[in-house]
Design a protein around this ligand. Structure first.
Ligand code: MBD
Ligand code: FE
Length: 283
């Protein structure tokens, strides 16, 4: 008897290993001058020493940490761990000088190259895709107020059960992922479904930390976006829903007041609609 693979049989290790593979493909370049590496590595290691001294960390705790760190790698959960607990501060520093739309973290489940559409589109989804329909529309302009036609609005989000295509079995490849190119006025309309609150995979090493520390594994319902246009800085963002569960208590600490949507019932009676405009800083 073979077990049927559906998104709801997804395991932390399987989605973790996809995220690890994807990240390794990305290719990474950073300033790796001796001075910079020396400074950052010395400070990080020094910060750990400080925690050990202050809390009188025991050998048992040190060995438990070692075992846990090894397990994070075996479960492929380094992308998850880093994006949940570290990335929001990197994003804060990277975007502190922007004048345009605020950003938020990318997270571990972005896939480049999603299907492209012109101006108004429905994200790829199953015929019986569960969830409340959502029309997400708006305009992309530059900080000088100029409409940006031909801008790319890339959206990806989890389905109504909290699973991302390409990171859970049984979902169509590009389910709930797409790139909409703005019209001459910089406008776009994206038809999708409203995502549900999302629990990060918790049957692996990250879940072990969460339960050992008495935390919860939830992120508020969110839409992921990347918006870009020639001669402008790409913004990676996430949008949330007013009054939604965990908006004030996101495990990834990636919510900002300006990123909270308040959808209203759609004019045509099918689900909800909301307008959100993006302002891009010059490159
Ligand atoms: C997600 O969907 C996500 O957006 C982040 C930041 C971490 C884990 C899962
Ligand atoms: Fe997400």
């Amino acid at each position: 008897m073979t077990e049927q693979l559906t998104e709801q049989t997804a395991t932390a290790a399987a989605s973790g290993n996809s995220a690890t593979e994807r990240f390794l493909e990305k290719g990474v370049a950073a300033d790796s001058s001796t001075e910079r590496v020396d400074k950052l590595a010395t400070e990080v290691i020094g910060a750990v020493h400080e925690v050990i001294r202050r809390n009188k960390v025991t050998y048992e705790e040190y060995d438990a940490l070692k075992a846990w760190l090894i397990q994070v790698g075996l479960d492929g959960e380094w992308p998850l761990f880093l994006d949940v607990w570290i990335e929001h501060v990197v994003e804060e520093v990277a975007n502190e000088d922007r004048e345009g739309t605020q950003g938020s973290i990318e997270g571990p489940y972005y896939v480049p190259g999603s299907p492209e559409f012109q101006a108004e589109a429905t994200l790829p989804m199953r015929d019986d895709e569960p969830g409340t329909p959502l029309l997400f529309q708006g305009q992309v302009t530059s900080t000088s107020g100029q409409p940006l036609g031909g801008a790319h609005v890339e959206m990806w989000h989890a389905d109504d059960y909290g699973y991302y295509s390409q990171y859970a079995p049984g979902l169509p490849e590009w389910n709930l992922r797409g790139t909409v190119v703005t019209d001459e006025q910089g406008r776009f309309k994206i038809h999708t479904i409203q995502p549900a609150p999302y629990q990060i995979p918790h049957d692996g090493a990250c879940g072990k930390l969460i339960s050992a520390a008495g935390w919860h594994a939830w992120r508020p319902a969110h839409l992921h976006l990347k918006v870009s246009a020639p001669d402008h800085q790409l913004i990676t963002s996430q949008l949330y829903f007013q009054g939604g569960d965990y908006v004030d208590n996101d495990i990834a600490q990636a919510v900002k007041p300006n990123l909270i949507l308040n959808p209203t019932p759609a004019a045509d009676g099918t689900g909800n609609e909301v307008t959100y405009n993006f302002v891009l800083d010059p490159a």
